[in-house]
Design a protein around this ligand. Structure first.
Ligand SMILES: [Zn+2]
Length: 239
């Protein structure tokens, strides 16, 4: 089941994919021009803002802030919450990192485009170079997804540290993609922040692996232990 983070990352990479297709469509017109003219025109195109503004990548990032705010807050909220300023500052770092990737990719696209024009390449050859040399939409997707999830874990961990009297679970999906470490952590059920730190400190902010979909979450309702029961059955333990 895609969650809000998946959807936001999908919107971002979907916009990127559209932008790449459009760049390929623009290629023949540019390649037809005399080389100096094409070079000058290419230099004046601001792919960076085109990608972010015209294709909705910027909007997708705004959407992220909203979706994360919704995902982070459990009900009832923990007694002490990180300030919205702290949360939005931490989120801004992730947004900046994603934007930096796009800036870099935009520069690479220009370079490849110029090289293809100079080499009299066809639209298909240019498209093939783009596919093999710049980030693919699925790579952008997993990069943004990973960043957002580690941001989410960091915020949850801060909340746990600020509220040491509460209990926490390792929350997230339990399916065939769930790593053994995460199954183990889910099977632990509700533990104190100190117990999590003592046994799993390495995983609490970075996750158990790249792409890990799990995070600490305050334990407020028995229904949150549904996956715990399943994980214990899966491991053949009962405690
Ligand atoms: Zn995980």
């Amino acid at each position: 089941m895609p969650d809000l983070t998946d959807k936001a990352a999908q919107a971002y990479s979907g916009a990127y994919e559209k932008a790449l297709k459009d760049v390929v469509l623009r290629y023949p017109a540019l390649a037809k021009l005399p080389t100096t003219e094409a070079a000058g025109l290419l230099q004046s195109i601001d792919f960076d803002s085109l990608f972010r503004e015209n294709y909705g990548m910027g909007k997708a990032l705004e959407g992220l802030a909203v979706s994360l705010a919704k995902e982070i807050i459990v009900t009832p909220a923990p007694p002490i919450l990180p300030s919205t300023q702290t949360i939005s500052a931490a989120l801004q770092f992730e947004v900046d990192a994603a934007n930096a990737q796009i800036t870099q990719t935009a520069a690479e696209i220009k370079k490849i485009m110029m090289r293809s024009i100079l080499g009299n390449q066809s639209e298909a050859e240019f498209a093939a170079s783009l596919t093999s040399e710049v980030l693919r939409p699925d790579q952008i997707n997993s990069y943004v997804n990973q960043n957002l999830r580690s941001f989410h874990r960091t915020v949850e961990l801060q909340m746990a540290e600020a509220n040491p009297d509460q209990l926490y679970i390792w929350a997230g999906p339990l399916d065939d993609r769930t790593s053994d470490e995460c199954v183990q952590m889910i099977s632990e059920g509700a533990l104190s922040q100190a117990e999590w730190q003592a046994n799993y400190s390495a995983y609490l902010s970075s996750g158990t692996h790249y792409g890990c979909r799990h995070t600490l979450q305050m334990f407020v309702a028995p229904s949150q232990l549904k996956n715990t029961k399943e994980a214990r059955t899966e491991k053949g333990v009962d405690y």
